[in-house]
Write a protein that binds this ligand. Structure first.
Ligand SMILES: Cc1cc2nc3c(=O)[nH]c(=O)nc-3n(C[C@H](O)[C@H](O)[C@H](O)COP(=O)(O)O)c2cc1C
Length: 198
């Protein structure tokens, strides 16, 4: 990756790298770490970046409504994202406010696109994180990959589409001719950025 010429190019290209990752469904940017505030400490885990809405500055992921991260977001809807691409050597840190869709028209739109295999993550009979005696996914006994899609419908109630509107971005580009770091804030109409010592 070439060094960025100016702040505008840095933020513009970074967002476009995310758009590309979400559309192509490949590359390191597709599996960011997200951080919530849980129990007085940062709680982090990997998710799949499902969609980037460039105009709205929104990042989208799916989860189970019963998961701990949702309980944490209900307490504090602020979400942090960490992206790193080992080849491009650009680290992106983003944060923003979340809203989510559960059992509504919006989540239905995404749900309809998921095959049986994709719905499995929301179909456990007990909430994610429940202690069990043996390693199990906790799916109903008759669950199978070739089951009729209608039979997975009960899991729709757990399926959650989280939408995060980003208002803070920190970028770091590791480069042989000099690392580049910058911070940006959304000021209501555009990104206000400044260079930082890496
Ligand atoms: C590559 C990868 C992708 C994952 N994608 C998701 C995802 O899109 N949504 C999700 O809720 N969990 C996903 N997980 C699982 C989470 O990292 C985490 O273990 C789980 O959601 C429980 O987190 P919580 O207890 O903090 O809610 C993924 C894990 C890995 C390793």
């Amino acid at each position: 990756m070439k060094r960025f010429k100016n702040l505008e190019e840095f933020i513009h290209d970074s967002w476009h790298l995310l758009v590309k990752a979400a559309i192509k469904r490949s590359g390191d940017y597709q599996t960011p770490v997200i951080g919530t505030l849980g129990d007085g400490q940062a709680a982090m885990r990997i998710v799949v970046l499902r969609e980037v809405r460039l105009q709205q500055r929104q990042l989208v992921f799916y989860t189970d409504r019963r998961s701990e991260k949702m309980q944490e977001l209900e307490q504090n809807a602020r979400l942090n994202w960490l992206f790193w691409d080992a080849r491009k050597k650009v680290q992106l840190r983003m944060s923003g406010e979340c809203t989510w869709h559960i059992a509504d028209g919006d989540s239905r739109k995404y749900w309809e696109r998921l095959p049986v295999q994709g719905r499995k993550s929301y179909a456990a009979e007990q909430p994610p994180g429940t202690k069990v005696e043996t390693p199990t996914e906790g799916l109903p006994e008759d669950w199978s990959e070739d089951m009729p899609l209608e039979q997975t419908e009960y899991a729709f109630d757990n399926f959650t589409v989280v939408v995060c509107t980003v208002d803070q971005v920190q970028l770091l580009h590791l480069h042989g001719e000099g690392h580049q770091r910058a911070a940006f804030e959304w000021d209501g109409s555009g990104w206000k950025g400044s260079w930082l010592i890496p």
